[in-house]
Design a protein around this ligand. Structure first.
Ligand code: ADP
Ligand code: ADP
Length: 228
């Protein structure tokens, strides 16, 4: 469960990127975040995974209240959140298998548990045949599938995806959406910032539209094209 109440974010230079944002996301929802460039989407998404902290207001993700969180709780929160980026952010010197395994190693998963789980998620994203390759040997779509495998390997309650199809062609983007929807159908909440009009309209989910730092639309099954 994500609960956001009257959140405001002001950067050090005085720019107010998010204003009076209140919303709830229930477990298992699939939510798009849309809006023009500079609207505040990245700021919102970064607050969700605690890369940025709100200037005021409250933000709770599961049992974590961001205002009251100690630094030692941040790794615990991160275990419950998987994050997927537009530019994949894979570790270039590690293989596909190692990139995914690393996410389990950093949270000190018992060694014996790592291999079976990594193989399971690589199978889910259709990459078990390429587990010994390096990221540079993969297509963009394959790299994004590795990034999704890494984001879900620790079974987070929430996956946050910031423009996950931003660097991909339409066919490849559809494949990425198939996987994110499959992750969602398994019970994981998915929050996805996107500019991809076609995907949003072809695969309706709850739609949050941000403009000028404000939430201007919150519509179940909303179409991108309806934006004002
Ligand atoms: P979007 O992701 O929708 O393009 P952003 O959240 O990146 O929007 O930006 C929202 C506003 O905040 C913009 O006016 C942007 O210039 C500003 N902004 C973003 N990051 C910073 C920062 N680190 N410092 C100052 N202003 C920022
Ligand atoms: P995106 O829309 O893909 O998030 P941006 O170009 O908006 O990319 O932002 C890239 C980085 O620059 C982000 O880390 C953002 O916080 C920062 N940034 C964006 N706008 C500003 C700004 N006006 N001043 C300082 N940093 C900014």
């Amino acid at each position: 469960m994500i609960q956001i109440d009257k959140v405001m974010k002001r950067y050090d230079n005085g720019v107010i990127a998010i204003k009076d944002l209140s919303l709830k996301v229930a477990p298992g929802e699939f939510v798009y975040v849309i809006g023009p460039s500079g609207a505040g989407k990245s700021t919102f998404i970064k607050m969700l995974y605690h890369e940025l902290t709100p200037t005021s207001g409250t933000m709770k993700v599961n049992e974590f209240d961001f205002a009251k969180m100690a630094n030692k709780d941040v790794p615990l929160l991160r275990r419950q959140l998987g994050v997927v980026f537009q530019d994949f952010k894979l570790l270039p010197r590690l293989t596909v298998f190692e990139n995914v395994a690393y996410a389990m190693e950093v949270i000190e998963t018992p060694t014996a548990d790592i291999k079976p789980r990594v193989l399971e998620v690589l199978k889910m994203v259709g990459l078990e045949q390429k587990m010994r390759r390096f990221p540079s040997e993969l297509s963009g779509g394959e790299q994004q599938r590795v990034a999704i495998a890494r984001a879900i390997v620790n079974k987070p309650g929430v996956v946050i995806a910031d423009e996950p199809t931003g660097n991909l062609d339409p066919d490849t983007s559809n494949g990425i959406m198939d996987i994110l929807e499959k992750v969602n159908q398994q019970g994981t909440t998915v929050i996805m910032a996107t500019h991809n009009r076609e995907l949003v309209d072809e695969r309706p989910h709850r739609l949050l539209e941000i403009a000028g730092g404000r939430l201007v639309r919150d519509e179940e099954g909303g179409m991108y094209g309806n934006e004002s």
